[in-house]
Design a protein around this ligand. Sequence first.
Ligand code: KG4
Ligand code: ZN
Length: 379
Amino acid sequence: MRCHLPSPSRLATTHHHLTHRHFTVLALESSADDTCAAVVTSSGNILSNIVLKQNDVHAPFGGIHPYRAVQAHQRNMPIAVQRALKDARISVLDVDGIAFTRGPGMTGCLGIGSSAAKTLAAALNKPLVGVHHMQAHALTPILTSAPNPPKFPFLTLLISGGHTLLLLAISVTQFRILATTPDESIGRVFDKVSRLLALPWSAKGPGASLEDFVAASPVEDNLAPSMPRTMPGVLTFSFTGLHSAVERFVTARGGVEALDIPTRRAVASGFQRAAFNQLEEKLTLALSWCRDRGLGVKHLVVSGGVASNSYLRERLRAFVLDLECSQDSVSLIFPPAELCTDNAVMIAWASMHRFVARDTDDYAIMIRPKWCVQDLMGG
Ligand code: KG4
Ligand code: ZN
């Protein structure tokens, strides 16, 4: 099934058309460790948004346990669908189309949402659309920043436990990866450094607890080790070097118990600053990459769990302010946190243009666990 590439004007008419038809989508997402179902209308009304987390299931393993994740999706998917319809106060017969995450993601996990969606669509005789997970993340600000959405082409930086990605969104179906990471995501590295420094536990998670710990008292910078700069001048993220630097420092001092609180705070602060320096450095490179090609990028969208860090937000606001009078001037958009983490609202939203164009999938469509966001056309 080919996606058509709507030009901006066609998109506008499409959306105009959409508002009249009020197409209602039930979407399912199960690519990683959240079981999600949502009901969204073509006019951008979010009628329900159910996210059933599996944190307790995976916590003892220190990462997502693939088989436990599949089991939890199997348990939770029917509940998520039932609640999404109940919260939306509609019957499944009122749904006009079913969307699901086709990929990328963990094979067994994708299979649960995909089978449920395909079976529902077939039984109800409704159209079906399989969505690319990263495309859905990238299109979220168009929904959340209405009526002033970012205009194509825009930059989107997705920083979470699952992703470290800087994308150029060219159109609804065209994306270019400007930078990603060959190793661990920025969120996971925040989590590890937070545990390495035995920082106080927080209900908001280890990354947020690192931020709070740094902000709680003045930092004595001279106590911290120097942090490496990662691949200067190259559009690639890597945070494992920062993790190793912290690990070496802690080991050399005889373990975390040997570090007093001011030293731990200085290390946490040094790590956090170095991580965000790297984000800014790569953003600068990406903006000049876009300028060299005369792309006219006017918006920078920053989303994902790490984007909830207030120090980062402050830094990025200052970063954008500094660019104000330059050719690289962009406005900054932070979509609401609950729509930056994995959810099915974004899947519903990203399916909408295809439902309207009647470019829908066969009920026999297969999942694509490995699927590059640059290869959406003809996928
Ligand atoms: O997008 P998200 O909520 O979910 C997944 O990716 O699964 O991102 C979670 C990640 C975690 O690694 C968490 O530690 C990190 O985002 N995070 C933070 C902060 N809040 C959450 N990292 C740094 N500072 C924060 N305030
Ligand atoms: Zn995601």
